[in-house]
Design a protein around this ligand. Structure first.
Ligand SMILES: NC(=O)c1ccc[n+]([C@@H]2O[C@H](COP(=O)([O-])OP(=O)(O)OC[C@H]3O[C@@H](n4cnc5c(N)ncnc54)[C@H](OP(=O)(O)O)[C@@H]3O)[C@@H](O)[C@H]2O)c1
Length: 277
């Protein structure tokens, strides 16, 4: 890197705390190389108190674009000049597009999740069960309610009264999950349970045995934890998916906005391979 100069408009990155575990640099840098672009993507360790200045700096320099990860997605909302409809409803920003000094806050986690869900086949879920009340779970609930055919959603949180009210969404706690487990055709873990350094267990033992055979189970956590929710659900006949396909597709959506192009399928494959290295 010694002596290297970069045009800020070709510089992209993710702000997070912690951020060292992020797979986004590998994924986006693989895409830039495949597209023959000199652009670069970096992981920036930005602590919560520094978020406002880091975003102002990105705007002042005219960097190409920024992603936000834990814990900045919700706090970033207040620093945007404009929000897309999704980001406004969810109350969280994961992708910032900077155009002529204006910062526009997007949320591609929900659309990325729907793209990943489509890889599992089975069409629009009739009844989805979503665990967790944080930013990732909110994006998933919003996406499931705003698709062409909205799903009925049961949203599980340790504190359901703190969740925003969405039409078609029942907010419940972990008290009585057996019936919901037995009737859902999609289960999504949007909690930090199983994440490296995160909590190891849910408030109750999940009634995995009541899941129907063939039910789709998506655990947004990556890397996939050993002996976690997916292993248990797959042992009961579920079709599981870890968090990497959602990570891939939210990144594809972000990159397409930053570069204002549709990514060729070959570049998406390159990004996917980079995530599995
Ligand atoms: N694959 C992807 O592209 C992708 C994208 C975004 C996030 N993620 C992953 O998804 C996970 C959540 O991210 P986030 O941004 O939503 O984090 P977050 O805003 O911190 O929310 C995490 C939620 O987990 C729940 N939780 C925490 N400890 C728990 C416990 N012991 N038992 C049950 N629930 C617990 C809490 O919900 P309640 O308090 O409401 O119960 C909390 O709001 C992380 O592992 C993140 O890496 C993946």
């Amino acid at each position: 890197m010694n002596g290297e100069t970069i045009d800020p408009g070709r510089c992209f990155g993710v702000f997070g705390d912690p951020v060292a575990h992020s797979r986004s640099p590998e994924m986006h840098n693989a895409a830039f190389a495949a597209l023959g672009l000199p652009h670069r993507y970096f992981a920036f360790h930005v602590r919560p108190h520094a978020l406002a200045n880091a975003l102002s700096g990105a705007r002042a320099m005219g960097v190409g674009g920024v992603n936000l990860t834990v814990p900045h997605k919700r706090a970033a909302v207040a620093h945007m000049d404009r929000l897309t409809a999704e980001a406004g409803r969810i109350g969280a920003v994961n992708t910032v597009v900077i155009r002529r000094g204006e910062m526009i806050g997007h949320n591609t986690d929900g659309s990325g999740f729907l793209d990943a869900l489509a890889e599992l086949d089975g069409g629009t879920p009739r009844r989805a069960l979503v665990l967790g009340g944080g930013g990732a779970a909110r994006s998933v609930v919003d996406a499931l309610r705003h698709g062409e055919k909205p799903s009925d959603v049961i949203w599980i949180s340790r504190e359901p009264n703190r969740l925003p009210a969405f039409d078609g969404v029942a907010r419940v706690d972990y008290g009585d999950l057996a019936e919901a487990f037995a009737t859902c055709d999609l289960l999504v873990n949007g909690t930090t349970v199983g994440m490296r350094g995160g909590p190891e267990r849910f408030p109750i033992t999940l009634p995995i045995a009541s899941l129907r055979k063939g039910v789709r189970v998506i655990d947004l956590v990556y890397p996939r934890p050993a002996d976690g929710l997916l292993d248990q659900a797959e042992a009961k006949g579920a079709r599981g998916q870890d968090g990497l396909p959602t990570l891939l597709w939210q990144g594809v959506r972000a990159l397409e906005m930053w570069l204002a192009i549709a990514l060729p399928a070959s570049v998406v494959s390159t990004m996917r391979r980079a995530l599995h290295r």
